[in-house]
Design a protein around this ligand. Structure first.
Ligand code: ZN
Length: 219
């Protein structure tokens, strides 16, 4: 694979891209829109590193597998190993960015209805487009981060980390009870309401904390 994590200044980061640990149903408004139940514990799933890709200037989505939904999420890049014995996990985060947790929604619904795992609907090649990452010192308050997705000029998703059911810190602490985290791993922290199908030709603008902006064209 040719994907590499990048610093917001454009430089490649030395980390070997690892796994993405993702959380489902971490914002109440999104749970409601998909008519799901609020889980008792964080609902985790994994995307392999073959799902990673950059997203600028264009992004290709599958055209023959039903609806492909965007889920805008804050992504967390791990910079140092974290195991379940570690109490301070925040210092092991390298930085934050944005991700689109691409989801083949028709396929996922079919799999869910049959009680099957979702992997092929969530972990297919290029299903985890990532922006470059911004170092942690730019984010003094993890519970006060805003992020937005605009498609063709229309605001589709507008999130704020204070509305997460499980905070970033708690999500990492829960994750490492099951999966140790290594430098180059990424956490996707859940999507707020407003998910929907992407179409070829859509122009996407992603915005993190009203400061860091990214854009891509769906091809
Ligand atoms: Zn998601």
């Amino acid at each position: 694979m040719t994907y590499q994590h990048r610093h917001i200044n454009g430089d490649p980061l030395k980390f070997i891209p690892g796994k993405a640990v993702c959380i489902g149903r971490n914002y109440a408004d999104h749970i409601k829109e998909l008519k799901n139940q609020t889980p008792k514990n964080p609902l985790l799933f994994i995307k392999p590193n073959t799902s990673f890709c950059g997203m600028e200037p264009t992004l290709t989505i599958p055209s023959d597998k039903g609806q492909c939904h965007h889920e805008l999420e804050i992504s967390v890049l791990i910079g140092a190993p974290i195991t379940r014995h570690q109490t301070n996990v925040i210092d092991s985060i390298w930085g934050l960015g944005l991700a689109l947790d691409l989801t083949l929604r028709d396929l996922q619904n079919e799999l869910k209805a049959n009680g099957h795992p979702w992997e092929i609907a969530k972990g297919f090649d290029n299903s985890c487009p990532l922006t470059s990452f911004i170092p942690m010192n730019e984010f003094p308050e993890l519970d006060n981060i805003t992020f937005q997705l605009t498609i063709d000029g229309e605001m589709k998703q507008n999130g704020h980390t204070s509305l997460m059911i499980t905070t970033i810190e708690a999500l990492i602490q829960y994750t490492v009870q099951y999966f140790s985290l290594l430098p180059g791993d990424v956490l996707l922290t859940g999507t707020p309401a407003g998910v929907g199908a992407l179409k070829k030709g859509n122009q996407l603008e992603l915005n993190l904390n009203h400061r860091f902006k990214f854009s891509t064209l769906i091809g």
